[in-house]
Write a protein that binds this ligand. Sequence first.
Ligand SMILES: Nc1ncnc2c1ncn2[C@@H]1O[C@H](COP(=O)(O)OP(=O)(O)OP(=O)(O)O)[C@@H](O)[C@H]1O
Ligand code: SF4
Ligand SMILES: [Mg+2]
Length: 401
Amino acid sequence: MATTNGPLLSVRDLVVRFRTHDGTVHAVNGVSYDVAERETLGLVGESGCGKSVTNLAVMRLLPRPAGRIEGGEIRFEGIELTKASEAQMRDLRGSDIAMIFQDPMTSLNPVLTIEEQMVETIRAHRAVGQKEARDRAIELLRMVGIPNPEARLRSFPHHFSGGMRQRVMIAMALALEPKLLIADEPTTALDVTIQAQVLELLQRLTAERGTAVVLITHDLGVVAGMTSRINVMYAGFVVETASTPVLFAEPRHPYTVGLLHSMPRLDSPEGEPLIPIEGTPPDLRTAPVGCPFAPRCAWRLPRCWETNPSLQPLVAGVPIVTTGPDVTHRIACWNPPTADEARLGRPLREGFVPAPPPGTGGAESGPGADVVVFTTEGDGPEGGTAAAGQAPAPIVPGRPS
Ligand SMILES: Nc1ncnc2c1ncn2[C@@H]1O[C@H](COP(=O)(O)OP(=O)(O)OP(=O)(O)O)[C@@H](O)[C@H]1O
Ligand code: SF4
Ligand SMILES: [Mg+2]
């Protein structure tokens, strides 16, 4: 495998579509991000926003024939995966990039014993004999806390509880010491106590091995504890990216602000009510035009209905760092909330009213209005990003103290 000085994984302008009888699903609409060696990136967003599809594209495991990568590049250690042959991808999967799915039964073969599956995986990628591969499988099961691993090797997947099956999945995913592990909702099917144990195990084992991790989850509490950086996705776009502490302390995209206000947090003042995000995500069978969050956004301006802002640094002109603790905080928004507004979860500018959809004659339309609209990408937040007629709000990224 080639090595480079760049990031381990580099995704640029990724576009994924599903061509279905029902129309074209615009699942991923130009997503770019990097993952450095040993880094842990969280991917959050509501159901259907493209988290799994983005990562299935990286693994080149999109359901065919409907799912296609229709644009962009995916480089892993400098190799362009969108152009790699099936044989190259088979080689890479498991050995360099591994994926854990929410439901292990989708990845474990129900008619083979754990021994058959683990030994086969190890031998497919390593020049080792049967006994050596079996010993390695036992060692791996012991490592993930499966009691009596010699005997359990002979079990079938359905003989394990949900938590134990997920541990087996982790053992299989780490069997070949991949450089990147993609964990797609690895614990949501488990009860809360088991979830915590499995996540703790995943975190410890990947940290010990220096494995880079992309952790996909609905649960902001999970990413808070397990990741160093977060991408927030909405309707197939990354709408905010920042280091985990910065994202929690200073969210600046209205959708992220909404997400944070809709979940219980340990640091919320006592008695503070949760505020659900009104409305629903757009139907991705409609071509994405305008800001996809506009129908639900309390900060929207007239231009939000017309052009979709691209991901830009909060402070124009700063060099963009895409990985590591000093990653540049970027948002895709024409009119970001100020820090005070983000804290309260609503605009505080006197007299500000979210722009009504065009053609409604100026009629008021609050968040949740059921409208989907318009054209293509613009060029990011404007200096000042203020509501029409308002003084620009100063926006300065920073680290929480
Ligand atoms: N096989 C498929 N055929 C058609 N559309 C699909 C298919 N798989 C996913 N999609 C669509 O692609 C979009 C992105 O789906 P994806 O599974 O990535 O969402 P997600 O963010 O992972 O959601 P969840 O949190 O529910 O897992 C959705 O609109 C979904 O309906
Ligand atoms: S202010 Fe405009 S660009 Fe920003 S999230 Fe709201 S609708 Fe989208
Ligand atoms: Mg998913």
